[in-house]
Design a protein. Structure first.
Ligand SMILES: [Zn+2]
Length: 210
């Protein structure tokens, strides 16, 4: 059988609630820009849906893909710290180029994404609607948690991957943490670099200004 037939594009498609939450958050930002703060606040609360947390936990939680690697021939070894690339993450200029290339959607599951910096601005303006305890997953806004934009290594840094842009992808938090230190082959995912980036009108809520 063709090996590609056993590979998937993503671990599990985001539930419809994610896309509904993205629509609500987009409307919240539009309301905010028009000075309609009460409506914006209400929309941010509505986007915080329990069903999204259930999906996120099924990927990054106990029993997720990271916990059951597939056997592969000649797996890449885990490198000791001193043998890993000294620079784990790309610099600011490279991150801008990466965002321009990949846009604000997960390259695996196509989930709309929001950068941490944008979420922080939004939280600063609406602290009670946008709950976010940094060390407690259960106390984070479910939609913005799943939609948390990540700069993900294709070959993991711990397995010899570099911060060069051809080894980096924009992904969502579940796809990033659900894979952990495993290679694409070990989790049975197709390499998204073989697909063109699809155009999208999702702006990552980047137009938000406090
Ligand atoms: Zn994803």
């Amino acid at each position: 059988m063709d090996e590609r037939c056993t590979l998937k594009r993503c671990f599990s498609h985001p539930p419809p609630e994610v896309f509904e939450a993205a629509r609500l958050l987009d409307a919240a930002v539009s309301a905010h820009m028009l000075g309609r703060r009460e409506i914006a606040e209400q929309l941010i609360r509505l986007a915080d849906m329990p069903a999204i947390a259930g999906w996120t936990n099924s990927i990054w939680g106990t029993g997720g893909p990271w916990s059951r690697p597939r056997p592969v021939n000649d797996p890449l070894p885990y490198l000791p710290e001193f043998q890993r690339a000294a620079k784990r993450m790309p610099g600011k200029t490279e991150l801008v180029a990466l965002l321009r290339r990949d846009g604000f959607r997960c390259r695996f599951c196509r989930m709309p994404l929001v950068r941490k910096e944008t979420r922080d601005h939004l939280r600063g303006a609406y602290p009670s609607a946008l709950r976010w305890e940094s060390n407690k997953n259960i106390d984070q806004h479910t939609a913005l948690q799943a939609m948390w934009l990540q700069y993900d290594h294709i070959v993991p840094h711990s397995r010899g991957g570099t911060s060069e842009l051809d080894n980096m992808l924009v992904t969502c938090a579940p796809c990033n943490y659900g894979r952990g230190h495993l290679t694409l082959e070990e989790v049975g995912l197709l390499d998204p670099r073989s697909d063109e980036v699809q155009p999208s009108d999702w702006d990552g809520l980047e137009r938000f200004r406090p």
